[in-house]
Ligand binder design. Sequence first.
Ligand SMILES: Nc1ncnc2c1ncn2[C@@H]1O[C@H](COP(=O)(O)OP(=O)(O)OP(=O)(O)O)[C@@H](O)[C@H]1O
Ligand SMILES: [Mg+2]
Length: 255
Amino acid sequence: MDKNTPLLEVKDIVKRFGGLVAVNRVSMEIYPGEVVGLLGDNGAGKSTLIKVISGVYQPDEGEIYFEGEKVNINNPMDAIKLGIETLYQDLALAENLNVYSNIFLGREKVKSLLGMIPVLDHEYMMEESRTVLSHLGIEIPSLKNRIKNLSGGQRQSVAISRSVYWNAKLLILDEPTAALGVTEQKKVLDLVRTLSSQGVAVIIISHQLYDVFQVAHRLVVLRRGEKVGERLTKETNSDEIVGLMVGAELVEGGR
Ligand SMILES: Nc1ncnc2c1ncn2[C@@H]1O[C@H](COP(=O)(O)OP(=O)(O)OP(=O)(O)O)[C@@H](O)[C@H]1O
Ligand SMILES: [Mg+2]
């Protein structure tokens, strides 16, 4: 794949719910290592669009290309196999399991005892988890801590680490910082930057414009299901983006 091929490209995606057009002919692309902010007011179609990309919904119209090839993403497993990992606000971590068990959840490493009895390889999973967390600069006191005893930001970090460990090429974050304190928000944003520098593409949805401006290279704005604008972050500002989000006619001085 050459550098000019987008990692992911969606073309003219339409998703309807009964009579409502939640996503209306939206096209966008994202390159390896790029961070794209997906913005829009409540109900603009952001979550619906990413659910199409992550295989939760089937589009009514449109095409998806991954690494230059047309793909059908019929279910979430198809997306994961391609390297598309999506984190929703409910993170799908197992509260009662510890950190490393969550990183290996559903893909546990088994070794055989005395050459015959299968047992979980705790040491391997702990060491591997320690490595991925330290690559990402994440500090968690003990990997034997249960998830339910971690802070929101630490949980978010574990979930992101899990995606990275299993080779995510595209990470989609739907409101990753909404429930976090200021310091923890900052850590998650740092993590997004680290991932980007390691070549992972990230689509981030957030109502916190300031956060998105901090990390995104490019911004895509949806309104009422349609893409109404796309800007390089360094060539725009929050006034212009808010204008696009709400419709210029509502902004003072707009037409
Ligand atoms: N499963 C569904 N069935 C019917 N309508 C839906 C469904 N999911 C979303 N919608 C509608 O589609 C539109 C887009 O919703 P979506 O959740 O994509 O918005 P959003 O941009 O993520 O908003 P928010 O910022 O509030 O999360 C809304 O009008 C919503 O009510
Ligand atoms: Mg949403």
